[in-house]
Ligand binder design. Structure first.
Ligand SMILES: *Cc1c(COP(=O)(O)O)cnc(C)c1O
Length: 390
């Protein structure tokens, strides 16, 4: 019936509340996946429910041939809270990156028809369309689908000298996740980000930050770049932007503004009133009601607890990340991250793996310390069963 695209766990969820999910057998699970960094307010948050109800009685959808007040309000709120000036709304992270590619290409073509190269990072993840996939530095995803979009060049993540050697005036864009999510919660060094900023300036290319996973408060600031001292020309958002409804955004500033003109790009659903009304409610909760401001403290509490597990279980090699963008790196010769995720599932704790033998620890951003205690102690029970027998 369904295309065989996903390997799924043997469970059907029918409802959720806060950090809990309930199966069709009414079994309670605690959710430390959050839809892969989407459900930033947990499940069935009252402000989202209220916004959905209210908007559904007014307007679900109109074409982007017309203005809609929910979209305008969301754009204003995002701009007010960022260093950027223009927004385009679309429906998924992949699409936001696809637009960022088009903006970089068109920007380059203003100077020269040959200024079309894009630098991307090894082990990056930017999405599954043939454009976004072309700048996703992972063979396993690209191989079956070649040829992909051309004129793209791979750089090792955090390799300053390599980036300097590669970038020249033929480049129109440089793409990076400030913290690589899918490949294992690996942070770019400040030196590397500054190098990319300098290279983009020297060669008149656009620096694009993909903050689809690390942005929207998960690191303790609404945007990751706000704590990195480097401001990108373009930033892409999705996942937690809608808190669970499909919405994404591509934001531009200064030289990246006004590249797109009528006829260049579009999206039937992009930024429709229904999703924007809900995203607005989410953003209000995140920014105005203190959810993001509390992430640092909740994050350091969680990191402390996870580090205690690391001391106790030496097959944990490292606790990675900032705020609540956390990864637990396991010693590959002892424990496979997929086995941790599986054993956790059997203990009704939902976790998701990442590359580099890492398990992501992604509670909702409004999680309470009590719920973190439950998550960590359940994880501890799981780890106890995975201790190698001497
Ligand atoms: C999830 C993700 C994407 C893709 O987003 P979709 O909404 O699945 O298209 C792109 N970049 C990063 C960093 C992501 O984590």
């Amino acid at each position: 019936m369904l295309m065989n695209a996903y390997q799924r766990f043997p469970v059907t969820f029918v409802r959720g509340k806060g950090p809990f999910l309930y199966s069709d057998q009414n079994v309670e699970y605690i959710d430390c996946v959050s839809g892969i960094a989407v459900n930033c307010l947990g499940h069935a948050h009252p402000v989202m429910v209220a916004a959905a109800k209210e908007q559904s009685e007014k307007l679900f959808h109109i074409s982007n041939l017309y203005h809609n007040d929910a979209q305008t309000a969301l754009a204003q709120k995002l701009i007010r809270n960022s260093f950027h000036q223009q927004v385009f709304f679309c429906n998924s992270g992949t699409e936001a990156n696809e637009l960022a590619v088009k903006i970089a290409r068109k920007y380059g073509h203003k100077t020269a028809p040959t200024k079309s190269k894009i630098l991307y990072m090894k082990d990056s993840f930017h999405g599954r369309s043939t454009g976004a996939l072309a700048i996703t530095g992972q063979q396993k995803y690209q191989e079956p689908f070649r040829p992909l979009m051309g004129d793209v060049v791979e750089c090792e993540f955090n390799n300053v000298e390599m980036a300097k050697a590669l970038v020249n005036d033929d480049f129109c864009g440089i793409f990076i996740e400030p913290v690589q999510g899918e490949s294992g919660i690996r942070a770019a060094t400040p030196e590397f980000l500054q190098t990319l900023r300098d290279l983009a300036d020297q060669h008149d290319a656009l620096l694009v930050f993909d903050e689809i996973q690390c942005g929207m408060g998960r690191m303790g600031t609404l945007f990751a770049y706000q704590q990195l001292d480097v401001v990108p020309d373009v930033v892409t958002l999705a996942k937690a932007l809608g808190g669970g409804v499909p919405i994404a955004a591509c934001l531009t500033k200064d030289k990246a503004n006004d590249v797109i003109v009528p006829g260049d790009h579009g999206s039937t659903y992009g930024g429709n009133p229904f999703v924007c009304a809900i995203a607005n409610a989410v953003l209000t909760e995140l920014v105005d009601h203190g959810v993001v401001a509390a992430v640092k403290e909740r994050g350091s509490y969680t990191q402390k607890k996870l580090n205690l597990l690391r001391v106790r279980y030496p097959f944990i090699q490292e606790i990675r990340g900032t705020g609540l963008l956390l990864g637990i790196k396991f010693d590959e010769s002892v424990v496979k991250s997929s086995d941790v995720v599986k054993a956790a599932f059997e203990n009704r704790l939902l976790l998701v793996g990442a590359g580099d033998n890492v398990v992501r620890f992604f509670p909702p951003l409004n999680v309470t310390l009590d719920h973190i205690d439950v998550m960590v102690s359940r994880l501890e029970q799981v780890l106890e069963t995975l201790v190698p027998q001497a």
